[in-house]
Write a protein that binds this ligand. Structure first.
Ligand code: IPE
Ligand code: IPE
Ligand code: MG
Ligand code: MG
Ligand code: MG
Length: 301
């Protein structure tokens, strides 16, 4: 994380990013395996880019409960695969029609639209395959719970539903509760799932810990999309790796287009405080989650 203020956190984050990259590299089907174009495009969409915030949240939540490293790796790549799929579809001409992602041509530009659609389909299946093969200390019943958590977060009452609300809202001004509903679904759901999945990988989790993590996840997930909206409005294209200014041009209701930049910034600060307060009962074990909350709000990309 080049813009992380704290070198110790930056080193921890780099290590986590390396683990995710290596696990994806190893577990995604090889590009030489038929159908080679689809496998190559799946690897293009997942490898060599992205901040890996969701996997880092999996690892950081895992630290709170003493999660097993192998299980955390699997959970991390499952959630990253769903996220990468959501980006590939989000960029399609029928959705946000974007040509730049993670500093490179979007999947449908580099390959073609039909391939990009299939990349999303196949990455979604890949994610559930990864979860189904997981071995957690609390046993197979928890694995089933994890599969349900990710399925709900990705589906019509989670990310995909949020994307539907986003498209239906084009050209409208939303109220604060409506905006919150949109963001909680399209981005918050997967962020919340990352934290729940990380917590599921530990043998030591208590109901109180899970409640604190859930409260943190809700605020951090919402903050993530509020900051994404801010960066779309005032981000530097070179740092961002995607085209800024798209929300206003596409008439998307966002925290910035509906409330203005300074109110959106204020809201991000409030959510940041809320997220940090939620971690108070967890003590020193939640250190990386605190640092990730700081990163989510202070990032420039
Ligand atoms: C961008 O997500 C899309 C949203 C859900 C807001 P990220 O900002 O996490 O994108 P990458 O993974 O770092 O490219
Ligand atoms: C994307 O929101 C949310 C999902 C991909 C689920 P945006 O459309 O704002 O994301 P960017 O700005 O293109 O990354
Ligand atoms: Mg979008
Ligand atoms: Mg988009
Ligand atoms: Mg955006």
């Amino acid at each position: 994380m080049p813009d992380a203020p704290n070198p110790d956190f930056a080193a921890w984050a780099r290590e986590g990013q390396k683990r995710v990259e290596e696990a994806l590299e190893r577990l995604l089907p090889a590009a030489t395996l038929a159908p080679t174009r689809l496998h190559e495009a799946m690897r293009y969409a997942c490898l060599g880019g992205g901040k890996r915030v969701r996997p880092l949240l999996v690892y950081a939540a895992g630290q709170v409960v003493g999660g097993s490293p192998d299980a955390l790796d699997r959970a991390a790549i499952a959630v990253e695969a769903i996220h990468a799929y959501s980006l590939v579809h989000d960029d399609l001409p029928c959705m946000d029609d974007d040509v730049l992602r993670r500093g490179r041509p979007t999947c449908h530009v580099r390959y073609d639209e039909a391939t990009a659609m299939l990349v999303g389909d196949a990455l979604q299946s890949f994610a559930f395959e990864m979860l189904a093969e997981i071995d957690v200390p609390a046993g197979p019943a928890v694995v089933v719970e994890m599969i349900r958590t990710l399925a709900q977060a990705a589906g019509s009452r989670g990310m995909a539903g949020g994307q539907a609300i986003d498209l239906a809202a084009v050209g409208r001004t939303l109220t604060l509760p409506e905006l919150e509903m949109l963001h909680i679904h399209k981005t918050g759901a997967l962020i919340r799932a990352s934290i729940v999945l990380g917590a599921s990988c530990g043998a030591e989790r208590s109901a109180d810990q899970v409640a604190a993590l859930q409260a943190f996840a809700k605020a951090a997930g919402l903050a993530f999309q509020v900051v994404d909206d801010i960066l779309d409005s005032d981000g530097d294209p070179a740092e961002l790796g995607k085209t800024p200014g798209k929300d206003a041009r596409a008439n998307k209701p966002t925290y910035v287009t509906c409330l203005g930049l300074s109110e959106a910034r204020q809201h991000a600060r409030e959510l940041h405080d809320q997220a940090l307060r939620a971690l108070d009962p967890l003590g020193a074990r939640a250190r990386r989650l605190r640092e990730l909350a700081d990163f989510i709000v202070l990032r420039r990309h």
